[in-house]
Design a protein around this ligand. Structure first.
Ligand code: GLN
Length: 446
Protein backbone atom coordinates (compact mmCIF):
# COMPACT_ATOMS: atom_id res chain seq x y z
CA UNK A 1 0.00 0.00 0.00
CA UNK A 2 2.88 2.35 0.86
CA UNK A 3 4.50 1.74 -2.51
CA UNK A 4 1.25 2.42 -4.39
CA UNK A 5 0.85 5.62 -2.35
CA UNK A 6 4.39 6.67 -3.20
CA UNK A 7 3.76 6.05 -6.91
CA UNK A 8 0.56 8.09 -6.66
CA UNK A 9 2.46 10.88 -5.00
CA UNK A 10 5.46 11.22 -7.33
CA UNK A 11 4.92 9.40 -10.63
CA UNK A 12 3.01 12.26 -12.23
CA UNK A 13 6.40 14.03 -12.11
CA UNK A 14 8.80 11.12 -12.70
CA UNK A 15 6.73 9.13 -15.24
CA UNK A 16 8.56 5.88 -14.59
CA UNK A 17 5.47 3.69 -14.96
CA UNK A 18 3.51 2.83 -18.10
CA UNK A 19 0.98 0.97 -15.98
CA UNK A 20 0.47 0.50 -12.25
CA UNK A 21 -1.19 -2.73 -11.10
CA UNK A 22 -3.65 -1.63 -8.42
CA UNK A 23 -4.55 -5.29 -7.91
CA UNK A 24 -1.00 -5.94 -6.67
CA UNK A 25 -2.47 -5.43 -3.22
CA UNK A 26 -4.27 -8.80 -3.58
CA UNK A 27 -0.98 -10.61 -4.25
CA UNK A 28 0.52 -8.88 -1.22
CA UNK A 29 -2.40 -10.04 0.95
CA UNK A 30 -1.80 -13.64 -0.13
CA UNK A 31 1.80 -13.42 1.05
CA UNK A 32 0.64 -11.81 4.30
CA UNK A 33 -1.69 -14.73 4.87
CA UNK A 34 1.15 -17.23 4.35
CA UNK A 35 3.32 -15.39 6.85
CA UNK A 36 0.47 -15.23 9.37
CA UNK A 37 0.04 -18.99 9.02
CA UNK A 38 3.72 -19.43 9.88
CA UNK A 39 4.68 -20.64 6.38
CA UNK A 40 8.31 -20.38 5.36
CA UNK A 41 8.61 -17.62 2.74
CA UNK A 42 11.55 -16.68 0.57
CA UNK A 43 13.81 -13.60 0.62
CA UNK A 44 11.75 -11.46 -1.75
CA UNK A 45 8.34 -12.36 -0.33
CA UNK A 46 5.97 -9.43 -0.15
CA UNK A 47 8.45 -6.87 -1.48
CA UNK A 48 7.01 -4.50 -4.14
CA UNK A 49 8.94 -4.43 -7.41
CA UNK A 50 8.30 -3.58 -11.06
CA UNK A 51 9.37 -4.72 -14.50
CA UNK A 52 10.64 -3.14 -17.72
CA UNK A 53 7.96 -3.33 -20.37
CA UNK A 54 9.82 -5.73 -22.63
CA UNK A 55 9.49 -8.67 -20.21
CA UNK A 56 6.32 -10.74 -20.51
CA UNK A 57 3.82 -11.14 -17.69
CA UNK A 58 0.85 -13.41 -18.26
CA UNK A 59 -2.40 -11.53 -18.82
CA UNK A 60 -0.65 -8.14 -18.81
CA UNK A 61 0.29 -5.89 -21.68
CA UNK A 62 3.88 -5.96 -22.95
CA UNK A 63 4.33 -2.94 -25.23
CA UNK A 64 8.11 -2.37 -25.45
CA UNK A 65 7.02 1.30 -25.35
CA UNK A 66 6.04 0.90 -29.01
CA UNK A 67 2.81 1.75 -30.80
CA UNK A 68 3.09 -1.52 -32.71
CA UNK A 69 2.56 -3.49 -29.48
CA UNK A 70 0.16 -1.03 -27.85
CA UNK A 71 -2.52 -3.70 -27.42
CA UNK A 72 -0.40 -6.80 -27.03
CA UNK A 73 -1.29 -8.95 -24.03
CA UNK A 74 1.23 -11.61 -23.10
CA UNK A 75 -0.08 -15.20 -22.99
CA UNK A 76 2.71 -16.38 -20.68
CA UNK A 77 5.16 -15.37 -17.96
CA UNK A 78 8.84 -14.82 -18.75
CA UNK A 79 11.06 -17.23 -16.79
CA UNK A 80 12.33 -14.35 -14.60
CA UNK A 81 8.74 -13.40 -13.77
CA UNK A 82 7.91 -17.00 -12.91
CA UNK A 83 10.97 -17.18 -10.64
CA UNK A 84 10.15 -13.89 -8.93
CA UNK A 85 6.55 -14.96 -8.37
CA UNK A 86 7.79 -18.26 -6.87
CA UNK A 87 9.92 -16.13 -4.57
CA UNK A 88 6.86 -14.19 -3.42
CA UNK A 89 7.62 -10.94 -5.25
CA UNK A 90 4.77 -8.46 -5.55
CA UNK A 91 4.83 -6.92 -9.04
CA UNK A 92 3.34 -3.44 -9.01
CA UNK A 93 3.65 -2.36 -12.63
CA UNK A 94 5.25 -2.01 -16.06
CA UNK A 95 8.07 0.47 -16.56
CA UNK A 96 8.84 2.91 -19.36
CA UNK A 97 11.79 2.38 -21.72
CA UNK A 98 13.18 3.41 -25.10
CA UNK A 99 11.13 1.74 -27.83
CA UNK A 100 12.34 -1.88 -28.18
CA UNK A 101 15.24 -0.96 -25.84
CA UNK A 102 16.92 1.19 -28.49
CA UNK A 103 18.30 4.34 -26.94
CA UNK A 104 20.21 5.83 -24.04
CA UNK A 105 17.75 8.39 -22.65
CA UNK A 106 14.24 6.84 -22.71
CA UNK A 107 13.28 9.70 -25.05
CA UNK A 108 12.47 7.07 -27.71
CA UNK A 109 9.43 5.80 -25.81
CA UNK A 110 6.27 6.17 -27.90
CA UNK A 111 4.28 6.97 -24.75
CA UNK A 112 5.99 9.25 -22.25
CA UNK A 113 9.15 10.98 -21.08
CA UNK A 114 10.61 9.57 -17.88
CA UNK A 115 12.41 12.20 -15.83
CA UNK A 116 15.53 11.86 -13.73
CA UNK A 117 14.52 12.06 -10.05
CA UNK A 118 17.72 14.03 -9.29
CA UNK A 119 16.77 16.77 -11.76
CA UNK A 120 13.44 16.64 -13.57
CA UNK A 121 14.86 18.60 -16.52
CA UNK A 122 17.25 15.75 -17.28
CA UNK A 123 16.97 12.26 -18.77
CA UNK A 124 17.15 9.14 -16.59
CA UNK A 125 19.35 7.39 -19.15
CA UNK A 126 18.20 4.41 -21.17
CA UNK A 127 16.95 2.22 -22.41
CA UNK A 128 15.73 1.04 -18.97
CA UNK A 129 15.07 4.62 -17.80
CA UNK A 130 11.79 3.73 -16.09
CA UNK A 131 13.43 0.90 -14.14
CA UNK A 132 16.24 3.17 -12.87
CA UNK A 133 14.02 6.16 -12.08
CA UNK A 134 11.47 4.04 -10.20
CA UNK A 135 14.14 2.74 -7.80
CA UNK A 136 15.76 6.17 -7.42
CA UNK A 137 12.40 7.82 -6.62
CA UNK A 138 11.36 5.15 -4.11
CA UNK A 139 8.56 3.91 -6.36
CA UNK A 140 9.71 0.27 -6.07
CA UNK A 141 12.25 -1.52 -3.88
CA UNK A 142 13.85 -3.07 -6.93
CA UNK A 143 13.12 -3.44 -10.63
CA UNK A 144 14.21 -5.51 -13.60
CA UNK A 145 15.69 -4.15 -16.81
CA UNK A 146 17.50 -5.51 -19.85
CA UNK A 147 21.00 -4.68 -21.03
CA UNK A 148 22.06 -5.12 -24.67
CA UNK A 149 24.75 -2.45 -24.75
CA UNK A 150 24.44 -0.73 -21.39
CA UNK A 151 20.72 -0.32 -20.80
CA UNK A 152 20.91 -1.41 -17.17
CA UNK A 153 24.25 0.11 -16.18
CA UNK A 154 23.99 3.51 -17.90
CA UNK A 155 20.56 4.51 -16.48
CA UNK A 156 21.62 3.13 -13.06
CA UNK A 157 24.64 5.41 -13.28
CA UNK A 158 22.59 8.47 -14.26
CA UNK A 159 19.99 7.86 -11.52
CA UNK A 160 22.38 6.97 -8.70
CA UNK A 161 21.30 3.36 -8.14
CA UNK A 162 22.89 -0.09 -8.53
CA UNK A 163 22.39 -1.80 -11.91
CA UNK A 164 23.72 -5.31 -12.55
CA UNK A 165 24.19 -7.01 -15.92
CA UNK A 166 24.97 -10.70 -15.35
CA UNK A 167 27.16 -12.90 -17.58
CA UNK A 168 25.47 -13.69 -20.90
CA UNK A 169 23.56 -16.92 -20.26
CA UNK A 170 23.25 -16.48 -16.47
CA UNK A 171 19.63 -15.33 -16.60
CA UNK A 172 17.06 -16.84 -18.94
CA UNK A 173 15.90 -14.59 -21.79
CA UNK A 174 12.70 -16.61 -22.24
CA UNK A 175 9.92 -14.04 -22.33
CA UNK A 176 12.21 -11.06 -22.93
CA UNK A 177 11.29 -9.43 -26.25
CA UNK A 178 14.46 -9.85 -28.31
CA UNK A 179 16.44 -6.82 -29.49
CA UNK A 180 19.87 -8.38 -30.22
CA UNK A 181 19.71 -11.96 -28.97
CA UNK A 182 23.47 -12.52 -28.72
CA UNK A 183 23.85 -9.48 -26.43
CA UNK A 184 20.58 -9.17 -24.44
CA UNK A 185 20.64 -9.98 -20.75
CA UNK A 186 18.15 -9.30 -17.92
CA UNK A 187 19.29 -7.89 -14.59
CA UNK A 188 18.24 -5.98 -11.47
CA UNK A 189 18.18 -2.33 -10.39
CA UNK A 190 18.46 -1.97 -6.62
CA UNK A 191 19.18 0.61 -3.94
CA UNK A 192 22.28 -1.20 -2.72
CA UNK A 193 24.61 -4.10 -3.48
CA UNK A 194 23.10 -6.48 -0.93
CA UNK A 195 19.69 -6.20 -2.62
CA UNK A 196 21.32 -6.90 -6.00
CA UNK A 197 22.77 -10.12 -4.55
CA UNK A 198 19.35 -11.16 -3.27
CA UNK A 199 17.60 -10.54 -6.61
CA UNK A 200 20.36 -12.32 -8.54
CA UNK A 201 19.89 -15.33 -6.24
CA UNK A 202 16.26 -15.45 -7.36
CA UNK A 203 16.62 -14.95 -11.12
CA UNK A 204 19.89 -16.67 -12.12
CA UNK A 205 20.16 -20.25 -13.32
CA UNK A 206 19.74 -22.64 -16.23
CA UNK A 207 16.39 -22.66 -18.03
CA UNK A 208 15.51 -25.29 -20.60
CA UNK A 209 13.32 -22.75 -22.40
CA UNK A 210 16.39 -20.65 -23.35
CA UNK A 211 19.01 -22.62 -25.27
CA UNK A 212 21.64 -19.96 -24.53
CA UNK A 213 21.18 -20.15 -20.78
CA UNK A 214 24.14 -21.80 -19.10
CA UNK A 215 24.23 -24.54 -16.50
CA UNK A 216 26.63 -22.97 -14.02
CA UNK A 217 26.01 -23.42 -10.32
CA UNK A 218 24.23 -20.43 -8.77
CA UNK A 219 25.95 -19.77 -5.49
CA UNK A 220 24.34 -17.72 -2.74
CA UNK A 221 25.60 -14.30 -3.82
CA UNK A 222 25.11 -12.83 -0.34
CA UNK A 223 28.10 -14.92 0.83
CA UNK A 224 30.25 -12.49 -1.19
CA UNK A 225 29.25 -9.49 0.91
CA UNK A 226 31.65 -8.13 3.60
CA UNK A 227 34.73 -9.79 2.11
CA UNK A 228 38.25 -8.49 2.56
CA UNK A 229 39.64 -6.88 -0.60
CA UNK A 230 43.22 -7.44 0.42
CA UNK A 231 45.28 -8.49 -2.58
CA UNK A 232 42.37 -8.31 -5.03
CA UNK A 233 43.84 -7.20 -8.35
CA UNK A 234 41.88 -4.40 -9.98
CA UNK A 235 42.68 -3.29 -13.54
CA UNK A 236 42.34 0.31 -14.71
CA UNK A 237 42.11 0.34 -18.52
CA UNK A 238 43.65 3.60 -19.60
CA UNK A 239 41.43 3.76 -22.71
CA UNK A 240 38.38 4.23 -20.44
CA UNK A 241 39.77 7.26 -18.63
CA UNK A 242 40.89 9.31 -21.61
CA UNK A 243 39.32 11.78 -23.97
CA UNK A 244 35.54 12.13 -23.94
CA UNK A 245 35.15 11.35 -20.23
CA UNK A 246 34.01 14.39 -18.24
CA UNK A 247 36.38 15.70 -15.59
CA UNK A 248 33.67 15.58 -12.93
CA UNK A 249 33.22 11.87 -13.62
CA UNK A 250 36.98 11.20 -13.50
CA UNK A 251 37.26 13.03 -10.19
CA UNK A 252 34.69 10.85 -8.43
CA UNK A 253 36.32 7.73 -9.83
CA UNK A 254 39.69 8.79 -8.52
CA UNK A 255 38.18 8.92 -5.05
CA UNK A 256 36.88 5.36 -5.43
CA UNK A 257 40.31 4.22 -6.60
CA UNK A 258 41.94 5.84 -3.56
CA UNK A 259 39.43 4.05 -1.35
CA UNK A 260 40.30 0.71 -2.98
CA UNK A 261 43.96 1.33 -2.22
CA UNK A 262 43.02 2.02 1.40
CA UNK A 263 41.24 -1.32 1.43
CA UNK A 264 44.49 -2.98 0.28
CA UNK A 265 43.33 -3.85 -3.22
CA UNK A 266 46.11 -3.92 -5.80
CA UNK A 267 45.53 -1.36 -8.55
CA UNK A 268 47.12 -2.08 -11.94
CA UNK A 269 47.04 -0.05 -15.12
CA UNK A 270 46.04 -2.18 -18.09
CA UNK A 271 45.44 -1.69 -21.81
CA UNK A 272 42.35 -2.62 -23.78
CA UNK A 273 43.12 -1.03 -27.15
CA UNK A 274 40.48 -3.04 -29.06
CA UNK A 275 37.81 -1.20 -27.08
CA UNK A 276 38.03 1.68 -29.54
CA UNK A 277 36.25 -0.53 -32.08
CA UNK A 278 33.54 -1.75 -29.70
CA UNK A 279 30.98 0.93 -30.51
CA UNK A 280 31.20 0.30 -34.26
CA UNK A 281 31.02 -3.46 -33.74
CA UNK A 282 28.09 -3.07 -31.37
CA UNK A 283 25.99 -0.93 -33.70
CA UNK A 284 26.58 -3.27 -36.64
CA UNK A 285 25.85 -6.50 -34.74
CA UNK A 286 22.95 -5.19 -32.64
CA UNK A 287 21.24 -3.52 -35.60
CA UNK A 288 21.72 -6.62 -37.77
CA UNK A 289 20.14 -8.84 -35.15
CA UNK A 290 17.38 -6.30 -34.53
CA UNK A 291 16.48 -6.12 -38.22
CA UNK A 292 15.95 -9.87 -38.15
CA UNK A 293 14.25 -10.09 -34.73
CA UNK A 294 11.80 -7.29 -35.51
CA UNK A 295 10.67 -8.90 -38.78
CA UNK A 296 7.98 -10.71 -36.77
CA UNK A 297 6.10 -7.45 -36.17
CA UNK A 298 4.14 -7.48 -39.39
CA UNK A 299 0.65 -6.44 -38.33
CA UNK A 300 -0.58 -10.01 -38.59
CA UNK A 301 0.82 -12.09 -35.78
CA UNK A 302 1.30 -9.40 -33.15
CA UNK A 303 -0.05 -6.05 -32.20
CA UNK A 304 -1.49 -3.24 -34.22
CA UNK A 305 -2.69 -3.71 -37.81
CA UNK A 306 -3.00 -0.78 -40.23
CA UNK A 307 -6.55 -0.06 -41.32
CA UNK A 308 -6.76 0.42 -45.09
CA UNK A 309 -4.75 -1.93 -47.26
CA UNK A 310 -5.16 -3.37 -50.74
CA UNK A 311 -2.97 -6.42 -50.35
CA UNK A 312 -0.73 -8.17 -47.85
CA UNK A 313 2.45 -6.30 -48.80
CA UNK A 314 0.76 -2.94 -48.28
CA UNK A 315 -0.53 -4.28 -44.97
CA UNK A 316 3.01 -5.08 -43.81
CA UNK A 317 4.41 -1.77 -44.99
CA UNK A 318 1.65 0.35 -43.49
CA UNK A 319 1.58 -1.49 -40.15
CA UNK A 320 5.36 -1.20 -39.76
CA UNK A 321 5.51 2.40 -41.00
CA UNK A 322 2.82 3.48 -38.57
CA UNK A 323 3.85 1.21 -35.69
CA UNK A 324 7.60 1.79 -35.37
CA UNK A 325 9.25 5.02 -34.26
CA UNK A 326 12.18 6.78 -35.95
CA UNK A 327 15.04 5.15 -34.03
CA UNK A 328 13.65 1.64 -34.50
CA UNK A 329 13.31 2.26 -38.24
CA UNK A 330 16.87 3.58 -38.33
CA UNK A 331 18.18 0.39 -36.70
CA UNK A 332 16.17 -1.86 -39.03
CA UNK A 333 17.58 -0.02 -42.05
CA UNK A 334 21.15 -0.11 -40.70
CA UNK A 335 20.88 -3.81 -39.93
CA UNK A 336 19.25 -4.74 -43.22
CA UNK A 337 22.01 -2.88 -45.04
CA UNK A 338 24.79 -4.55 -43.04
CA UNK A 339 23.32 -7.99 -43.74
CA UNK A 340 22.55 -7.50 -47.42
CA UNK A 341 24.51 -9.44 -50.02
CA UNK A 342 27.55 -7.53 -51.14
CA UNK A 343 27.86 -5.75 -47.78
CA UNK A 344 27.65 -8.75 -45.44
CA UNK A 345 31.38 -9.53 -45.66
CA UNK A 346 32.44 -5.92 -45.30
CA UNK A 347 30.25 -5.13 -42.28
CA UNK A 348 28.59 -8.02 -40.47
CA UNK A 349 31.34 -10.61 -40.94
CA UNK A 350 34.05 -8.07 -40.20
CA UNK A 351 32.25 -7.01 -37.02
CA UNK A 352 32.10 -10.67 -35.91
CA UNK A 353 35.85 -10.97 -36.39
CA UNK A 354 36.54 -7.84 -34.34
CA UNK A 355 34.17 -9.21 -31.70
CA UNK A 356 36.50 -12.21 -31.32
CA UNK A 357 39.48 -9.87 -30.92
CA UNK A 358 37.64 -7.93 -28.20
CA UNK A 359 36.80 -11.19 -26.38
CA UNK A 360 40.43 -12.36 -26.56
CA UNK A 361 41.66 -9.05 -25.25
CA UNK A 362 39.43 -9.27 -22.17
CA UNK A 363 40.42 -12.91 -21.60
CA UNK A 364 44.05 -11.90 -21.64
CA UNK A 365 43.43 -9.00 -19.25
CA UNK A 366 41.76 -11.36 -16.79
CA UNK A 367 44.93 -13.45 -16.66
CA UNK A 368 46.50 -10.52 -14.77
CA UNK A 369 43.63 -8.97 -12.83
CA UNK A 370 40.49 -10.18 -11.02
CA UNK A 371 38.30 -7.23 -11.90
CA UNK A 372 38.33 -4.16 -14.14
CA UNK A 373 36.91 -0.75 -13.21
CA UNK A 374 35.91 2.20 -15.38
CA UNK A 375 33.34 4.97 -15.59
CA UNK A 376 29.88 3.65 -16.54
CA UNK A 377 28.93 6.70 -18.57
CA UNK A 378 31.19 9.42 -19.98
CA UNK A 379 28.94 12.11 -18.48
CA UNK A 380 26.31 12.68 -15.81
CA UNK A 381 22.61 12.91 -16.79
CA UNK A 382 22.08 15.23 -19.74
CA UNK A 383 19.15 17.51 -20.57
CA UNK A 384 16.15 16.46 -22.64
CA UNK A 385 16.76 17.09 -26.33
CA UNK A 386 20.51 17.51 -25.88
CA UNK A 387 21.35 14.39 -27.89
CA UNK A 388 17.96 13.33 -29.24
CA UNK A 389 18.49 14.79 -32.72
CA UNK A 390 22.00 13.46 -33.16
CA UNK A 391 22.11 9.65 -33.13
CA UNK A 392 25.92 9.51 -33.12
CA UNK A 393 26.12 11.72 -30.06
CA UNK A 394 23.55 9.50 -28.34
CA UNK A 395 25.42 6.32 -29.33
CA UNK A 396 28.57 7.69 -27.62
CA UNK A 397 26.76 7.40 -24.26
CA UNK A 398 27.42 3.66 -24.52
CA UNK A 399 31.15 3.84 -25.11
CA UNK A 400 32.12 2.35 -21.73
CA UNK A 401 29.36 -0.26 -21.53
CA UNK A 402 29.12 -1.95 -24.98
CA UNK A 403 32.47 -3.81 -24.85
CA UNK A 404 31.10 -5.81 -21.91
CA UNK A 405 28.08 -7.06 -23.90
CA UNK A 406 30.20 -7.88 -26.92
CA UNK A 407 32.35 -10.10 -24.70
CA UNK A 408 29.35 -11.44 -22.73
CA UNK A 409 30.94 -10.49 -19.40
CA UNK A 410 29.17 -9.55 -16.14
CA UNK A 411 29.35 -5.96 -14.88
CA UNK A 412 27.69 -3.65 -12.39
CA UNK A 413 27.29 0.10 -12.08
CA UNK A 414 27.32 1.46 -8.54
CA UNK A 415 26.93 5.04 -7.32
CA UNK A 416 30.30 6.75 -6.82
CA UNK A 417 29.49 10.24 -5.64
CA UNK A 418 28.03 13.37 -7.21
CA UNK A 419 29.30 15.82 -9.78
CA UNK A 420 27.31 19.08 -9.93
CA UNK A 421 24.76 17.37 -7.69
CA UNK A 422 24.22 14.64 -10.27
CA UNK A 423 25.12 10.96 -9.73
CA UNK A 424 28.32 9.46 -11.14
CA UNK A 425 28.48 5.70 -11.75
CA UNK A 426 31.44 3.36 -11.38
CA UNK A 427 31.50 0.23 -13.54
CA UNK A 428 33.03 -3.01 -12.24
CA UNK A 429 33.61 -5.70 -14.87
CA UNK A 430 34.28 -9.31 -13.89
CA UNK A 431 35.42 -12.46 -15.65
CA UNK A 432 32.76 -14.92 -16.89
CA UNK A 433 30.44 -16.08 -14.06
CA UNK A 434 32.39 -14.10 -11.46
CA UNK A 435 29.35 -12.09 -10.34
CA UNK A 436 30.37 -12.96 -6.76
CA UNK A 437 33.74 -11.21 -7.07
CA UNK A 438 32.01 -8.14 -8.52
CA UNK A 439 29.66 -8.10 -5.52
CA UNK A 440 32.59 -8.25 -3.08
CA UNK A 441 34.32 -5.25 -4.65
CA UNK A 442 31.09 -3.28 -5.10
CA UNK A 443 30.09 -3.89 -1.49
CA UNK A 444 33.56 -2.85 -0.32
CA UNK A 445 33.32 0.46 -2.15
CA UNK A 446 29.72 1.07 -1.10
N1 GLN B 1 21.88 2.48 -25.82
C1 GLN B 1 22.21 1.28 -26.53
C2 GLN B 1 21.37 1.18 -27.77
O1 GLN B 1 20.68 2.10 -28.05
C3 GLN B 1 22.00 0.09 -25.64
C4 GLN B 1 20.60 -0.30 -25.49
C5 GLN B 1 20.41 -1.49 -24.63
O2 GLN B 1 21.31 -1.92 -23.90
N2 GLN B 1 19.23 -2.07 -24.76
O3 GLN B 1 21.40 0.23 -28.49
Amino acid sequence: RKTLERINEVDSKVNAYLEVFEDAIEAAKEIDKKIAQGEDVKDLAGIPMAIKDNICMKGRKTTCASKILENFVSPYDATVVERLKDNGAVIVGRLNMDEFAMGSSTENSAFKKTRNPYDLERVPGGSSGGSAAAVAAGEAYYTLGSDTGGSIRQPASLCGVVGFKPTYGRVSRYGLVAFASSLDQIGPFTRDVEDAALVLNAICGKDNKDSTSVDVKVEDFTTYLNKSLKGVKVGLPKEYFGEGIDNGVKKELEKAIALLKDLDAEIKEINLPMSQYALAVYYILSSSEASSNLARFDGIRYGVRAKDFEDVVVLYVKSRSQGFGREVKRRIMLGTYALSSGYYDAYYKKALKVKTLIINEFKKAFEDVNLIISPTSPSVAFKFGEKADDPLKMYLSDICTVPVNIAGLPAVSIPAGLSDNLPVGLQIIGNYFKEGEIISLAHGIE
